[in-house]
Design a protein around this ligand. Structure first.
Ligand code: C2E
Ligand code: CA
Ligand code: CA
Length: 570
């Protein structure tokens, strides 16, 4: 019995009765005791003390107004001043009608007149208030994002709509804020760190929106929204974010991107404004030098262009609009440079836009996975070209193809490559695979296993863009690679920038220790060629010998010496 009572008591909601007269406490208590767990206070001070300890569990307060020392109105005021108590509904117990109005103005939700002669009515009024406030709490919880306290997405949109309805003439901005590669931040530094970053950012945005007559909300993960008065620039916001991050979190370097849609650009539906601000925001993903971008005419053209490319890709494959160009690689270690291979570089001969270089579509197609289709096609074309040249000239020239980091998500990668080699009756070492250094950093283990298997099969693996991926020496020595390609950024400037010259020399030393041959990319001048040769660089690729060329033009390299060819080009 004892246990059962105890259990019931726990299930009951708690009501606090505040009255200085015992008879009133007992009367009210008698009405409520079967339905509520009751706490009693004999004066205002005691009520405040109980609130402090028990506010989290109290569902309703019944408050007498006239008490000695601390009156009921004082208690009401105290409740209003404390955010954590404000959610608890207060019903005032009174015999004076004038005080009722005062107390309602001070935040009471209802009143019960004394004397208590209709117990059922009192009980049902108390019950109704408790329910009403619980519903309100639930709505409030859905309205707010738990982590940051900002509006959750749907409520954010509703409030924006309301603002629009009241002030349709206002010049406003829809703003989308996102942190680049936030999932990595969570993974590397842990969830708690990630949460702290989000909370800090949320507070900055809330203040900023407040200061510009707007509101802030949180979407999924690390996406935030603001709707506020139009700003010409958001430089003050980005500065604030940077300095706050710098002072309040470790490893604070983060790229926060901001996309803006100004209503005056073209009034449209609210959600559409945020959609376009999101598109704008996405165009500066991984572009660390840019933090804010506006949706404007230029951007619209760019986005439409990108959409067109995505739309056209399948037709382009069918109609053979993707064309591999070939750039020669020369071995420079002997007296005369010797043609050692070529890199296949894709071009898109678009019927409307003309020749499009990979810079315009590779990252776009990487973002949506379509790169796999283009790469597969180019690998096939490259392999077929090796075969044709073999048949025509009687010797083989290895061709390297680029493998995007996205290609490694394809479980059939190995199968595709193997099939291509076999269909064209090639040896595996006639097809070289260029894999960028940063790729190994992204998803190291799984990628390494795949590359290891391909290499065992006989494919030659070239480490592309070496020097930009921050591999440590210990990682480098364990990578499954056959050739190191030094990134052209070091070669370009090695004569102007002494540091880069030293880096190239060091890479050469490392390659010697690892007994791995080197290719220098982007060699444009004789001086670069000569110095690289002296340093022991094995191969050279770059405009010095030739730009990438269509297959027919490339064939000249089989017939002429490179110097003759260079002359012929000039
Ligand atoms: P990458 O693999 O580093 O290729 C070298 C890029 O440097 C090529 O640009 C080439 O034309 C250019 N280049 C070669 N020599 C010189 C030089 O002496 N000076 C200068 N300034 N540039 C030189 P391209 O063809 O525009 O390709 C850009 C990037 O697009 C490539 O960089 C590669 O990452 C990617 N790419 C090209 N074709 C493919 C492909 O079929 N599949 C994939 N996934 N990516 C490709
Ligand atoms: Ca390459
Ligand atoms: Ca490269």
């Amino acid at each position: 019995m004892q246990d059962k009572l105890h259990y019931n008591e726990k299930l009951l909601k708690t009501a606090l009765i505040v009255d200085d007269e015992m008879v009133n406490r007992e009367l009210l208590g008698g009405i409520l005791e079967d339905h509520y767990h009751l706490l009693y206070a004999e004066d205002g001070q005691q009520a405040m003390d109980i609130l402090e300890l028990e506010h989290a569990t109290i569902s309703i307060i019944l408050l007498d107004l006239i008490m000695p020392h601390v009156s009921g109105l004082n208690v009401l005021q105290f409740i209003q001043e404390h955010e954590e108590y404000r959610n608890i509904p207060v019903i005032v117990l009174t015999s004076q009608t004038t005080a009722e109005v005062d107390s309602l103005n001070m935040g009471a939700v209802d009143f019960i007149p004394k004397p208590y002669n209709m117990p059922e009515v009192i009980l049902s009024r108390v019950n109704r208030m408790v329910e009403l406030f619980e519903d309100r709490q639930i709505i409030k919880a859905a309205e707010r994002d738990v982590l940051t306290g900002l509006f959750s997405q749907n409520f954010f949109y509703e409030y924006c709509d309301m603002m629009e309805n009241y002030h349709p003439e206002r010049d406003t901005d829809a703003v989308v804020v996102n942190i680049d590669r936030f999932h990595l931040i969570n993974e590397v530094y842990g969830r708690k760190y990630g949460d702290d970053v989000l909370k800090i950012l949320a507070n900055i945005l809330k203040d900023y929106a407040n200061n510009h007559e707007g509101i802030a909300g949180r979407g999924e993960d690390d996406t935030f929204y603001m709707y506020l008065n139009h700003q010409d620039r958001y430089a003050d916001l980005t500065k604030k974010i940077q300095s706050k991050f710098a002072t309040s979190i470790k490893n604070s370097y983060m790229h926060v991107r901001i996309g803006v849609y100004n209503k005056m650009y073209e009034p449209t539906l609210l959600k559409d404004m945020f959609y376009k601000a999101t598109l704008a925001c996405n165009t500066i993903r991984n572009k660390y030098h840019m933090s804010v971008v506006n949706f404007d005419k230029n951007l619209r053209t760019k986005i439409v262009f990108r959409e067109r490319l995505i739309h056209d890709i399948h037709k382009a494959i069918e109609r053979k609009q993707f064309i591999p160009y070939f750039q020669p690689k020369y071995n420079i270690q002997g007296e005369q440079p010797v043609l050692a291979g070529a890199e296949a570089l894709v071009r898109w001969k678009h019927p409307e836009f003309g020749m499009i270089s990979p810079g315009s579509f590779i990252s776009l197609f990487e973002a949506n996975g379509l790169i796999q289709i283009v790469d597969h096609y180019i690998w096939q074309e490259a392999a077929a070209q090796i075969k044709r040249w073999k048949e025509k000239y009687g010797f083989s020239i290895p061709i390297s193809v680029n493998i995007s980091r996205i290609d490694f998500y394809n479980p059939k990668l190995e199968e595709w490559l193997t099939q291509i080699v076999e269909e064209n009756e090639l040896r595996y070492d006639e097809l070289h695979l260029e894999i960028t250094e940063s790729c190994y950093a992204d998803n190291a283990q799984q990628l390494m296993t795949t590359v290891e298997r391909l290499r065992k099969k006989g494919f030659v693996i070239e480490l592309d863009d070496f020097g930009t991926g921050y591999s440590s020496l210990s990682v480098l020595s364990s990578l499954p690679i056959d050739v190191i390609k030094i990134d052209m950024k070091f070669i370009n400037s090695m004569h102007e920038n002494h540091m880069n010259m030293r880096i190239v020399e060091m890479i050469m030393d490392i390659a010697r220790i690892l007994k791995t041959p080197t290719i220098a990319e982007g060699v444009e001048t004789k001086q670069q060629h000569d110095d690289l040769k002296t340093m022991g660089c094995n191969m050279i690729q770059g405009y010095y010998f030739s730009k990438p060329l269509p297959a027919e033009e490339f064939e000249d390299f089989f017939k002429l010496s490179p110097h003759e060819k260079i002359k012929a080009q000039k």
